[in-house]
Design a protein. Sequence first.
Length: 323
Amino acid sequence: MFQKLQKFKDLIINSKNILLINHIKMDADAFGSLAALFLVLQKMSKSVKAVNDSETPKDFDFLLDKKIIEPELDISEFNPDLIISLDAASQSQLWEIYKNFENIFLEKNFVVIDHHQTNPWFWNLNFVYPNYSSTCELLYDMLIELNFEKYIDKKIATLLIAWIHTDTNIFYNQNTTPNTLKVASELIKLWADFRSPIYNFYQKISLNRLKLFAKAIESLEVFWNLIIWNLKNDDFRNTNTSLEDTSGIINKLSNIEENEAICMIYEVDDWVKVSFRSKNIDIWNFCASFPNWWWHKNAAWFYLKANLEESKKIILEKFKKFF
Ligand SMILES: [Mn+2]
């Protein structure tokens, strides 16, 4: 990595205007790495701007109190000497921004920093290392090699540890390596507040979400080794919540000792969203047998144009055949 890093360092030193970009629907790793590098480059007196197709999600306010992402930024006017992409696995994850300013992206120095296995090394200088749990962990090692440790203050160290929950599930996922723990320990030495990302992304729960949770538990039904929960349009209305508030519920509920698979059915107007998690049985083929299906890490889901009771029947009949 050393030769490449020297080139990267030269690019930074010789650039005046630097543009940072991360993937659409940014998560804590994408935001933490972008914001940390943003502040480091500012300390080096660079003119830095950051862009994404949407503003920083409110959930990240505890990490940084100013809005640094400018969705409406006119990139041609800013005229960057260097563009750095963080935590994006492909051009398509840069979405409209990339399409709208493709000419600029093509003609500038473009550096990719990422840890996704599927990343095709999509630009001319790529730091893509899938052994890293997170882009933040990788960026930290790069900053140290670049001799930029002096810029890492408490705020930057906290941004660099924001991935603990989202990318390693608090050191539980298998992507946690000795280096992950070493980087976390060094960040804590630099006064990173490692508890606030855990509290904000994992532990805290709003009263409305808790009420939604209770509705889900009330609806529990067991069929063989499958547990089914559902949430109706009314449940969302009565608890003043939306589909977004269900994130986290299924993960918590899928830890029930007795189940092999868990299925959560959400009413979304006159459709239902069916979300599956499993421990040992292969639910991917099962979900793939429905149209409108999708998958991500340990999860798979699909949409059905049916009401709750109908969809439950369809799922159970097919589940019986599959398993
Ligand atoms: Mn990541």
